[in-house]
Design a protein around this ligand. Sequence first.
Ligand code: SF4
Length: 743
Amino acid sequence: MPFLNPDQIQEFYLDYIKKLQVVKEKLHRPLTYAEKILFTHFAKAEFTVQRSKSSIPLQVDRVAMQDATAQMAILQFMLTGKRSVAVPTTVHCDHLITAKVGATKDLEEANIQNKEVYQFLKSSANKYGLGFWKPGSGIIHQVILENYAVPGQLMIGTDSHTPNAGGLGMVAIGAGGAEAMDAMAGLSWTVTMPKLIGIQLKGTLNGWTSPKDVILKVAEILTVKGGTGCIIEYFGEGARTISATGKATITNMGAEVGATTSLFPYDQHTAAYLQATQRDFVAKAADSVKEELQADPEVEQNPLRFFDDVIIIDLDQLEPQIVGPHTPDLSRSLSALKDDVHKNHWPVQLSAALIGSCTNSSYEDMSRAAAVARKAAAQGLKAKVPFMVTPGSQQIFATMKRDGLLDVFEKIGGVVLANACGPCIGQWNRQDVPKGVRNSIITSYNRNFKKRNDNNAETHAFISSPEIVTAFALAGRLDFNPILDTIDGVKLEISAVDQLPSQGFVFDLSGYEEPTGRGEVIVDQHSERLALLQPFAPWKEKDFSELWLLVKAKGKCTTDHISPAGKWLEYRGHLDRISDNMFSGAVNAFSDQIGEGKNLLTGTEEGFSSIARAYQKNDKGWIAVGDVNYGEGSSREHAAMEPRYLGCRAVLAKSFARIAETNLKKQGILPLWFNVESDYDKILEADIIDIDSDAKVNELVYVTLTHADGAVEVIQTKHTFSAEQLEWFKYGSALNWLRERSS
Ligand code: SF4
């Protein structure tokens, strides 16, 4: 059963071409593929934009959410008063399943542990028209690739590896829950026009080298920050030799260099994958406009004219790469690993090897890994360390089973885990290596920072392709090179495999539930993990007088300082419960204490959230003060919702991270910039603060400080509210404003 409607796809491409003609008439220049997709999704017909400066409002075609982040997005959506989502949206239960013994038992356990969360997601998806993918049906990005990705479309997803769909020629960007909520409510989604990095691929992958090695090489070149604020667009002869799923592996891990997203042009491999996954009508429609589903020819001829930066990678020369430990940009070729391991005294004996995840669980990936395992098994070899296999979806699992790939992995001692994130997101109930014990593991996943897989800071995680990881599982040692070395006298081999199953995929949609648009949302009244939201009250003028200072943060105050993750992940759907972590990582500018300040009601030192609750109980409004780039880091909306929930009126800072500032505005908090940065120093611990809340576009806002000694100072602050955003503020939040407009 295809999930896309052929008529709508036809209509999409007609519209795409029509819009592109308008863009080309206005700009009179060749376009990259990323520009074509972005410009055809502009919510306003204004194309004179500056990269990394202009904000661009975009109309998105699709929203995808995973179970951990969907909770708050849906809770907020419920407050809009909308009856159903305005754009196609799906929810995928993949992040909350703990891997322990194997697929069947682990899934049973997850269904008990997360019952209330799944019940909520399922019932709300049903009511508001979201497609619901049950636990065990697959990992969000693999399911999107198999069923929903469309070349030329724009998707946002509440997960950082959403760019996986860029392998199929879609601009797919990771975003916060509040942004997803906007799109679901039919609002445009605003982003800063990214810079463009072009990566030209030459030659052809061969032997043990695979698409994973391309992105690991890119990570080495760009480092973990090099793609920030950029779209990476691949092009060239080499790009056209890589399978669609191989391209998805490369775009998936673009997140590891900080890229906004990564993108490949449409080609014959994209078409073949679409045809194999019941989307032949998409391939047909895309074929008819294929010249526009790639960069204009002039771009490939002279890339330096059109991209901000160009990198060339020769696939003929590329060796298999291994990255790690602890960061994906610590790369070296396979042949250099042995020396690195000994020089750095990393644990040589491996303790586990894991393949799969959303990054590397395509049929081609699994077939290549199985090819290595099959020949090894025929020679009597078995994995020397625990070897775990995570299929990306039920479709992949069922196809692997039919084609005997699971048998092959089991023959060498592999354990098949649920079709879910599991050890890739730390959901690994690891019994064999106690916390604090130094050990090395190797995976085909995408992230390897400390504690990512098993919550053990002493685990050294290395990343490579599934076939290399399988070879290492058989060797059990990190100083092994399958190209040169033997295991018990046996030389491993890699052989060519089918990119797509010759008998076709086994389609198993038993994990999908189509929404009916009826029914009620189920939230357990006693739940500690979920609670329905109440709208924030609109502001009154007096709400901005006689405010107290809750926190003056010194140095970095990222979203992790404002609302840390870790154990708090569990409470993402419960605003009151998670608000207990508010500012628990912030450094107090007066005392250097972390997460604590003086309660002016009692004079005692307490946690900031506890002080805020006391002020709120006593009807005292409060402000927070930040340093430079307040709220940088993840786009977590909790960092704005929690302060609003506990009575914050304004945040004054030297500067704000863009998403954090927008999130504050959305929740009805005033983000104010010191007009003179050194005024930060004038804010004292016991100040009484009055804010002129009658803010107007492009006008200063005056803030009066009455110090404890009676001295009064007036400081100037500025803001970036647009006229529409000021309306949000007047209504108390963007949601209140939206609800008013929908009624
Ligand atoms: S498999 Fe890993 S990278 Fe992929 S969505 Fe899950 S946690 Fe994220």
